[in-house]
Design a protein around this ligand. Structure first.
Ligand code: GLC
Length: 529
């Protein structure tokens, strides 16, 4: 028997609450809506949901601008609704993770309103205030991830404050001990209400250079990239002191038993894995986003998979992510046929998978008419492809005009697509939903897929193969990452699952077979070697 934690065995499903299910007809999803759909998630076969922010917020960045860390925004419901969601989820055996946004608050948070009110307010040092440069301009050259200078001059006191994102999202000063204490209370507030863990927003950005030195220029910058790519983020991200903070967050979670701390961290693998902490006392999982950004071909993916596996410290548990609310949907990035191959990859790799809502029915990016754009990333830097509305369109439950999401006018248009909804795909052998259910069931029934070692990771032409081994069990996975048929060396055994329906249980003779274009297969080898 292994002693893996629930978050190591389980599969996480990200719910973007504005877009999952609207119960009160205002066009925006809510907590009662999520609760109503928990049975769907249980039947799908996931183990935990991570809910993007549901706190009171002016919604300039759709909840990632928090005005009160210990309450629920009326548009999403009440604390009572939240408690009911947690109770019901737990009854169904589902864990609930919240999104913790500690790097910045809303400019409407009482902490910031106090902080900006005068230079000697006790909360002044809770945020990053600096005098203007001698010419009256910003204190240094730091750039916002939403475009332009990261410094905003405040007329009340004549100083500038720092915001890594929008000016409505001032960064908190994590060098201040009172900020740390206040944020620790926030974690405890939700842990006491029964949450099972957190996804921590932009964890690698929490600490900035104490000397506020200018970032150096980025020699690789290409026109059309987001503004802040003009600079290397030498002094604004991944500062060594961040690890103390991570350790103390983790220590708080550990007081509550088996909880999970996941970090949103976009860094190259060598830096990324340092967020596990030198003694496994950092995040339980720093999100591994490589599959989102990688060129989609067998050589690249095989390289990423084996390099990551080798880079992991001994105590570290891997994880993989295919999509989220900040990136184009997988079905649009690589096409619906390869999206099935990607699903098989995600759910047969070693490590905890995180699914993004709607990917299980192959939802594609929505088309957002200019007058319906909501995302500030698009509104503030139009035309450079940073807009995130396309991947945030409402979940498609059925084929009705509002897709069963809302009886009102949905806050974003429905993406649509022929047969891309739960009702249509339910029970249909060839559907993406059925395929996801089969994959999730396979992962549940085959211990080797969860606990097994990752071996023989190779690519040959367009085919990526690997094995998952546990004791005498040997599962062989082959993924054809292109549209043309391709031969593959395969062991003798039984076909457990194929991206092309209807072959399960088939005997595989080996030593080679022909994979159809865009086909992926899982074989149980009859011999252990
Ligand atoms: C994270 C969130 C993103 C948000 C940003 C600022 O990257 O995932 O949606 O805009 O942080 O909070």
């Amino acid at each position: 028997m292994s002693d893996l934690a629930w978050w190591q065995r389980g599969v996480i499903y990200q719910v973007y609450p504005r877009s999952f299910q609207d119960e009160n007809g205002d066009g925006v999803g809510d907590l009662a809506g999520i609760t109503a759909r928990l049975h769907y998630l249980r039947a799908l076969g996931v183990d935990a949901i991570w809910i993007s922010p549901v706190y009171p917020s002016p919604m300039v960045d759709f909840g990632y601008d928090v005005a009160d860390y210990c309450a629920i925004a009326p548009v999403f419901g009440t604390l009572g609704d939240f408690d009911r969601l947690v109770v019901h989820a737990h009854e169904l055996g589902l864990k609930v993770l919240l999104d913790f946004v500690p790097n910045h608050s809303s400019d409407k948070h009482p902490w910031f309103m106090d902080s900006r009110s005068s230079r000697d307010n006790p909360k002044r040092d809770w945020y990053l205030w600096r005098d203007p440069a001698p010419d009256g301009g910003p204190p240094n050259n730091w750039l916002s991830r939403m475009g332009g200078s990261a410094w905003e001059k405040d007329t009340v006191t004549g100083q500038y404050y720092y915001h890594a994102f929008l000016r409505e999202q001032p960064d908190l000063n994590w060098r201040n001990a009172d900020v740390r204490t206040a944020m620790d209370r926030v974690l405890r507030f939700w842990l006491d209400r029964g949450v099972d863990g957190f996804r921590v927003d932009v964890l690698w950005l929490l600490i900035k250079d104490a000397l506020f030195r200018d970032n150096p220029p980025n020699p690789q910058f290409k026109a059309g990239e987001p503004d802040h790519h003009r600079q290397l983020q030498t002094y604004t991200e991944d500062q060594p002191e961040v690890h103390d903070i991570v350790r103390s967050m983790r220590a708080t979670l550990d007081e509550y038993g088996e909880r999970v701390l996941i970090g949103e961290i976009y860094l190259p693998v060598p830096q990324l894995v340092s967020y596990y902490g030198p003694n496994g006392d950092g995040t339980n999982m720093p999100f591994n986003f490589q599959l989102i950004n990688a060129p989609w071909n067998a050589t690249e993916i095989a390289r990423i998979v084996s390099e990551y596996d080798h880079a992991l410290p001994l105590h570290a548990w891997p994880n993989w992510v295919l999509g989220n609310h900040d990136n184009r949907r997988v079905a649009s990035r690589i096409g619906p046929r390869q999206a099935r191959v990607a699903a098989m990859l995600l759910l047969t790799l070693r490590g905890t998978p995180t699914l993004y809502y709607g990917d299980e029915i192959a939802m594609a990016d929505g088309v957002i008419p200019p007058d319906r754009v909501q995302d500030p990333a698009e509104l503030r830097q139009p035309g450079i492809g940073q807009g995130r509305d396309p991947e945030r369109t409402p979940m498609q439950w059925d084929g009705s005009p509002n897709a069963g999401f809302s009886s009102g006018v949905p806050w974003l248009p429905i993406s649509g697509g022929d047969g891309i909804n739960v009702v249509h795909q339910d029970g249909k052998a060839s559907s993406m939903l059925t395929f996801y259910r089969c994959l999730l069931a396979l992962r549940r029934s085959e211990r080797a897929l969860v606990e097994g070692a990752m071996e023989r990771v190779v690519s040959s032409g367009n085919v990526h193969t690997y094995e998952r081994r546990l004791g005498g069990d040997r599962l062989f996975i082959a993924l054809n990452m292109a549209g043309a048929d391709a031969p593959v060396e395969a062991p003798e055994g039984t076909l457990l699952l194929s991206t092309t329906e209807g072959h399960e249980g088939k005997r595989i003779e080996g030593p080679s077979l022909l994979l159809a274009g865009d086909e992926g297969i899982v074989i149980r080898a009859s011999k252990p070697t």
